[in-house]
Design a protein around this ligand. Sequence first.
Ligand SMILES: N[C@@H](CCSC[C@H]1O[C@@H](n2cnc3c(=O)[nH]cnc32)[C@H](O)[C@@H]1O)C(=O)O
Ligand SMILES: [Zn+2]
Length: 433
Amino acid sequence: MGNMETLLIKNVTIVPMTGVETWFTNGYIYVESDRIKDVGRGSPPDSRYSADTVIDGDGMVAIPGLINGHTHTPMSLLRGYADDLPLMEWLEQMWAVEGQLSEEDMYWASMLSMIEMIKSGTTTFSDMYYGMNRIAAGVEQVGLRALLTQGIIEGNDGGDEQLDASVSFVKNWDQAANRRIHALLSPHAPYTCSPALIEKIVDRAHELDCSIHTHLAETRDEIRMVRDSHGTTPIALMENIGLFTRHVIAAHGVYLTDEDRHILSSRNVGVIHNPKSNMKLASGIAPVATMLNDGITVGLGTDGAASNNSLDMFEEMRFANLLQKGNLENPTALSAYDTLAMGTAGGARALGIDDQAGTIEPGKKADITLVDFTQAHVLPVNDVISHLIYSAKAEDVAYTIVDGRLLMANRELTTIDEDEVFWHIAAIKDKLL
Ligand SMILES: N[C@@H](CCSC[C@H]1O[C@@H](n2cnc3c(=O)[nH]cnc32)[C@H](O)[C@@H]1O)C(=O)O
Ligand SMILES: [Zn+2]
């Protein structure tokens, strides 16, 4: 007890996302070591004031740390590099440069992304790329929570070498960094991996007892390719292969039949909606409101910064909300609260980490984002949830806390040397692009 780090956030407005109450003012959060110990109203018990760190939350709103359910962090290097192309052509451009990246390049690019994510209040991200050993070391140092996986694209080698490397990665890194790191396996997509390879990946996931992260039902081209080669939809193909015998994080889910949605709602699948990437690549509009009505677990992601072109979850939530309303011509298609849920508690469920993150309540890990609510664009504070979705900006984030540790305090990063990262990024850009 005696040497446990303690943190008190007092006088703060709290959005717990537990489904009980929406928000309340003048609350406090007390953290012991990496976990939330106590959440309450008014003044905390006197003993709490002697916490090692006390943050006066007056004028701030505490939300569960935002969860970016699908990204490719090293792709921030390719931000603005090949815009205005459809997915398949864009991917060809990406692969041409990605083939030249060293693990060191990917590490610095991932660090650039981690800066952007911490500054915009993200506390957990779910990343698919290669070169993950260096990136995991970066996550360990930086302090974020992350689900990490090396994407497997079946080449001429049948993917065995990549699968072996991915399996080693899981063995080396799963549950590392005070269990902040979860390691997964990842067939990249139904059009880059054969059913035989995906079956092998599923078998290994069972042996390792790990989750699977993949891209599914993203574009009309994908639907056509899968129909031409397998006579079915991507979701039904995955059901037949047995992918859903594991917990699956499925990015996109833009094109879904009734049967597909039935499969998704009856299996342990989290669909990650990436509205900005889907719009920028002109992939289409995912039926998010329908999925939520069907009881499908839906989280939000940015996808990589080469198709977004930022990693800002406030923007992602706003786009998710407005896109459903505009597309369905229905102002009640998606509420602000349900949108915030996709960025927090729902995202945690989609990633299978809701026992640790996604809400502000005793027993959960202390992953908390404090948003400054004193700026003109969020005044007056008529409705906290409304402002978070329709008005707040990433720059309003003042504190980002993971496992009870302040990764950003009063807008200053504490675990990353920004200048060093920017220097490396400039050098890599000069070398490659
Ligand atoms: N290229 C690696 C696998 C990397 S996994 C991540 C891959 O996903 C690609 N990617 C990024 N966004 C998307 C998307 O929205 N759909 C499909 N692939 C994507 C990205 O360019 C990257 O190649 C290999 O050969 O083993
Ligand atoms: Zn992606």
